[in-house]
Ligand binder design. Sequence first.
Ligand SMILES: [Zn+2]
Length: 172
Amino acid sequence: MVTTSELGVAAGFLVGEGSFLLRRRGTIAIYATQAEREPLDRLQRMFGGRVIKIPRPDRPNVKQIWQWYMVKGAAGVLMTLYPLMRTWSPKRVGEVLRCLAAWKTSLGRGHAQLVRRECPQGHPYSAGNTYVSRKGHRHCRACGTTQRRRSDARHRRQLRAASRDPRQSDLI
Ligand SMILES: [Zn+2]
């Protein structure tokens, strides 16, 4: 069980040492990097995440550096901590709130897409009528067929117009 005063200490630590990032695909990551491992282990015990050794092959004389990072559950941790961060730094809280707002937006979009059962034209996203592009987006086969027919028809109209009007023959 994490006490309120422990949360306060963690919030103060992250105001000074933490980085908050919104990553692609709309997940949040929290990082804290420093030479002393113990405060990072404490964060891991409280919230989860991982503590790793940061290799510094470029500077062999530098003392060992450690990093705590958290992705899964990071948004929940920030939602818990930002009211406590406010007493230390309104500026850092602004960063956290922007991160959370962007996270909620991307979550909303992704979620709505997954739940949607029909394409914008009302065709069902059934197994037979759906194909998934390399980017992972769903596409409606019925709409794809309609689009191909339309562009074929447009092409045929252009060909007919060109054959009637010799000046347009360079359209072919
Ligand atoms: Zn469709």
